[in-house]
Write a protein that binds this ligand. Structure first.
Ligand code: NAD
Ligand code: WQD
Length: 340
């Protein structure tokens, strides 16, 4: 079976390509390299011993997308990672986010329909829940109005997919990720933020390696045990493996409905200080950090109810926080070596 991975040179996409190839799937990656590098294809080849097809392509460009699908045959399923993801930037530049994230989805789905490709896995986010009223948050928890255009693109995308599934033979699975961190154990692929990282884990590793002077911990006055905000961090390899399971579920026609939604988290919440302590423990380093004010838009606490994904997908995140922080650090060290 051949799987199209849109955004496959990116952070989560590249890990998913590795897991797919290790399970014997053929993979074609399309990516416009707006937030990743072509060398990722070499690293995937080094890990798996096989080179995936790679086509540089802007999926938000209608003509380029049609051209690709007209020429490239034999695709059985698509996994759609190709989107912009910086929450703060989306507030500053909403149209760029709506254009890229919505057009790329529409172009993909129109071409899938035209070429009879009936299986779609979509990267959604726990951001659709906002600050939930009850924890842990299940797939049935209400969707809160999005506070960022980025979050809104995920809500709108899910609605678009639902509407199309209602009137066609498309099967789709939206996976709502909680906070993916860490890197492949080979340290050949990982998260590569361009510019100053927005997310906690790369900011920690970049501070520890000396690229950043100090990590700001955004607020220690939340109503949590140590006052810092709580998230459900999930190892990117666990997350990637869930995509393989989702694709297999569709190929084997095991879905209960033609549009299904699953939370991908561990079910455990960790505070910012707990992540820092884990990092310090596994690396033996002392991290330079300071407590600053809250970051606008941040929620206090969120973690997943994983029961539905565990039961229905037969998948469970198995890697713990220390494995996540250590793999992130090994990746940062490997990046430094590469640049020498
Ligand atoms: P990433 O930026 O590393 O990967 C996205 C990839 O898509 C990049 O390689 C980028 O170059 C590519 N891309 C973007 N627009 C494109 C376009 N128009 N045409 C072709 N390629 C395009 O991000 P990631 O962390 O791997 O995230 C993957 C997906 O998961 C995104 O949809 C993101 O919104 C979603 N997600 C990420 C997180 C997270 O914390 N990383 C959490 C929830 C959901
Ligand atoms: C985690 C915690 C910060 C940086 C974002 C998106 C969400 C999803 C995942 C895509 C928070 C704190 C962070 C720093 C800090 N992405 N922090 N200092 O905000 O939970 O979620 O990524 O869908 O939509 O909003 O992740 O890694 O930015 O923050 O103290 O320098 O770390 O306040 O509590 P977040 P994050």
């Amino acid at each position: 079976m051949k799987v199209l991975v849109a955004g496959g040179t990116g952070y989560i996409g590249s890990h998913t390509v590795v897991e797919l190839m290790e399970k014997g799937f053929d993979v074609v990656i399309v990516d416009n390299l707006s937030n990743s590098f072509p060398e990722v294809v070499d690293s995937i080849t080094e890990i798996t011993g096989k080179r995936p097809d790679f086509i540089e392509l802007d999926l938000a460009d209608t003509d380029s997308a049609s051209e690709f699908f007209a020429q490239y045959k034999g695709i059985d399923a698509a996994i759609h990672f190709a989107a912009y993801k910086a929450v703060g930037e989306s507030v500053e530049k909403p149209l760029i986010y709506y254009r890229n994230n919505i057009y790329s989805l529409i172009n993909l789905m129109e071409n899938m329909e035209k070429h009879g490709i009936r299986n779609l896995v979509f990267s959604s986010s726990c951001t659709v829940y906002g600050q939930p009223d009850e924890l842990p948050v299940s797939e049935q928890s209400p969707i809160k109005p999005a506070w960022s255009p980025y979050g809104n693109t995920k809500q709108i995308s899910e609605e678009i997919i639902r509407d199309v599934c209602n009137v066609s033979s498309l099967k789709a699975i939206a996976l709502r990720y909680f906070n993916p961190i860490g890197a492949h154990p080979s340290a050949l692929i990982g998260e590569y933020p361009i510019g100053i990282p927005n997310n906690l884990m790369p900011f920690i590793t970049q501070t520890a390696i000396g690229k950043r002077e100090v990590l700001s911990v955004f607020g220690d006055d939340y109503p949590t045990p140590d006052g810092t905000a709580i998230r459900d961090y999930i190892h990117v390899v666990d997350l990637a493996q869930a995509h393989v399971v989702a694709v297999e579920r569709m190929f084997e026609d095991r879905g209960k409905e033609n549009f299904e939604i699953f939370n991908l988290g561990t079910g455990n919440g960790f505070s910012v200080l707990e992540v820092i302590r884990s990092f310090e423990k596994v690396t033996g380093l002392k991290l330079n950090y300071k407590i600053t004010g809250r970051r606008p838009g941040d929620i206090e606490k969120v973690f997943a109810d994983t029961a539905f994904a565990n039961q229905e997908l037969g998948w469970k995140a198995i890697r713990g926080l220390d494995e996540m922080t250590l793999s992130a650090w090994n990746w940062e060290l490997a990046l430094k070596e590469r640049k020498k």
